[in-house]
Design a protein around this ligand. Structure first.
Ligand code: DGT
Ligand code: CA
Ligand code: CA
Ligand code: ZN
Length: 591
């Protein structure tokens, strides 16, 4: 049985390449590992398994004898002695420096060699003293960038991607629910509200007997440190650095506690004000008549709460429709709930396909057929393939010839009837620095659709960047704009761009904007969607999948879309295939 999949093995090889580069090893050796990683990614899974089983990996271009042995070792044992030794031979401070956004292994190796800098603290000092700027190949600008990177790293390390947080939370929630003392358990806080990043996890539990629940929580696998424990509360720090808070309440308080600790703070403040206006006081304990007005008291002398078995009853007691957690940001949801004007939010199950996905032909990890098979397994009616265009060399972008071959392959796959999912032929076409597109009109005309994205010259002035993107949107071949801001959450800030002007241009030109669902992107930001969609902007929730598992990212995109108040009707990829094909034909028919 294999202990590691081919994609996991490819990741390990890429890591080895990075570590060797960090050590300042011969670039030729470094390249052997990164090339090996790509070669494995490009194989189909079955093909890879067969080659390993028959000991024929060396027949693959880019994989030599030594590499083949390491791959076989990883495949059968899940470990690699060579990697363990390599790791042990490198100063831990250098590996940590890889977590500085924007700083790569080559530069770190140079810093270690020429400045003897081997920790983030020493690097910061060297920057402040101007020693980094003086180094050949660095300069003032790079030194400034490294300092910004060090500052960002600190801020970034305090929060976690929603996706990672939710993967961590799922087994904990399941564990809590399986305890005999626990009658109800939910996640709360920013995780439940679907915020793009999460500070800590919050769990609310209804239980009769508190002590065994606290004991399980503080003793569960993955706990690095118990930071607080006592009575009905506990907090732990997990191995990932994420903190998790647990609160245990009697079952009649559960709905109130869940609502309170779901937040947001702004939503809670407004809910409390609304309660006061009605002579009531809302808290994590209950909803009781305000002091002086109510008389009902329980045995402990406290006011007796309006009963609420669930959150719906709390909202109802205040004259409100149920407000989904994603909307609880204090941005008008209470007024809308009062008027019965809350939107029916889009759901993951509404999606019938997706447009922006990559294959191993550019920088993805799976073949066209593997991607189509995965889309079929999700029950999707269509799958758009949009590999990178030629200027994205770092992502192995397709030339005109390779794109033409891919289109033919897609048409043939559709004709073969091998999958129920229809594959649509597109491109993620670079928007060049001047706003022109990476492919000629005639090339784009042969495709089903075009996603246009910025992947270069991020440091342009805001005005230049905005004009660049607007020019691309005015090209009638463009179906939708990819990742508007270029941000990578907790990794890289957005480039300067006037989102308002880009939205105006998209609406004016009948171009959709994607909600890139990659957990690092979630771009265009949910805060901009409500107003933009109300003005007629079309949204496409795009997983930007680089492998079959990446298709699942649409869940993160749906979260963000819900936070942006989007309904099914406002998201194009909830439409059935026939409607989508008509929509694409109409776009192609512009001008
Ligand atoms: P995070 O963890 O930083 O991503 O954000 P949240 O929203 O999960 O915040 P957290 O974990 O500090 O607290 C969970 C919820 O509890 C929060 O959304 C609202 C409620 N809450 C906590 N402290 C306060 C407070 O001082 N005032 C009010 N009104 N609500 C609070
Ligand atoms: Ca939290
Ligand atoms: Ca918390
Ligand atoms: Zn892209």
């Amino acid at each position: 049985m294999a202990l590691m999949t081919k994609n996991e093995i490819a990741d390990v090889l890429a890591e080895i390449g990075t570590l060797m580069e960090l050590k300042g090893e011969n670039p030729f050796k470094v390249r052997a590992y990164s090339a090996g990683a790509r070669a494995i990614e490009a194989l189909e899974r079955d093909e890879f398994e067969t080659l390993v089983a028959e000991g024929r990996l060396q027949s693959v271009k880019g994989i030599g004898e030594a590499l083949a042995a390491k791959i076989a070792e990883l495949h059968s044992t899940g470990r690699l002695e060579f990697l363990d030794k390599l790791k042990a031979s490198i100063e831990p401070g250098l590996v940590e420096m890889l977590t500085i956004p924007g700083l790569g292994p080559k530069k770190i190796a140079a810093l270690a060699r020429d400045l003897k800098v081997t920790s983030i603290g020493a690097l910061e000092e060297a920057c402040r003293e101007g020693r980094v700027a003086a180094l050949a190949g660095f300069g003032e600008k790079t030194q400034e960038k490294i300092l910004t990177g060090i500052r960002n790293r600190e801020a970034y390390s305090k929060r976690h991607l929603w996706w990672d947080a939710s993967e961590t939370a799922a087994p904990i929630l399941a564990g809590l629910r399986s305890l005999p003392q626990v009658s109800r358990a939910e996640t709360a806080g920013s995780l439940r509200r679907g915020l793009e990043t999460v500070g800590d996890l919050d769990f609310i539990v209804a239980a009769g007997d508190v002590e065994p629940v606290v004991r399980w929580f503080t003793g569960m696998a993955g706990v690095r440190e118990v930071t607080a424990s006592g009575g009905t509360k506990a907090s732990v720090r997990l191995e990932s650095g994420l903190q998790a808070d647990l609160r245990i309440v009697p079952s009649e308080q559960f709905a109130f506690a869940l609502h309170h600790f779901t937040g947001s703070k702004d939503h809670n403040v407004q809910m409390r004000q609304r309660s006061l206006d009605r002579g009531l006081s809302l808290s994590e304990w209950g909803l009781v008549p305000s002091a002086g007005e109510g008389t009902a008291r329980d045995k402990a002398g406290r006011n007796e709460s309006v009963p609420a078995g669930d959150e719906k009853a709390i909202f109802a007691a205040l004259g409100l429709a149920y407000i989904p957690p994603e909307l609880r940001e204090g941005l008008g949801e209470i007024e809308a709930a009062e008027k019965g004007e809350l939107p029916r939010l889009v759901e993951t199950g509404d999606l019938r396909g997706a447009f922006h996905n990559h294959t191993a032909e550019s920088d993805g990890g799976n073949t066209l057929a593997e991607m189509a098979g995965a889309a079929e397994a999700l029950g999707w009616e269509y799958l758009g393939i949009a590999d990178h265009s030629k200027s994205s060399r770092q992502a192995n972008g397709l030339t005109e010839e390779r794109l033409a071959r891919q289109v033919a392959e897609i048409r043939a796959l559709n004709a073969s009837g091998r999958f129920r999912t229809r594959v649509l032929a597109g491109t993620e076409c670079d928007i060049l620095p001047d706003g022109s597109l990476d492919f000629d009109d005639a090339v784009l005309a042969g495709l089903d659709y075009v996603v246009a994205s910025v992947h270069s010259s991020f440091s342009q002035d805001e005005a230049v960047m905005t004009a660049r993107i607007v020019r691309a949107l005015e090209n009638p071949r463009v179906t939708m704009l990819g990742h508007l801001s270029g941000r990578l959450l907790l990794r890289r800030e957005a480039y300067g761009v006037d989102a308002g002007r880009v939205i105006d241009a998209a609406i004016a030109n009948g171009v959709a904007i994607e909600l890139n669902a990659n957990p690092y992107r979630l771009d265009m930001d949910w805060r901009l969607w409500r107003k933009a969609a109300a003005r007629g902007l079309e949204c496409s929730i795009n997983p930007d999948a680089h492998d079959t598992a990446g298709l699942e990212f649409v869940r993160a995109g749906v979260n963000a879309a819900r936070k942006g108040w989007l309904t099914r009707e406002q998201v194009v990829n909830t439409q059935p295939l026939a409607k989508v094909e008509a929509w694409l034909a109409k776009k192609r028919g512009r001008k």
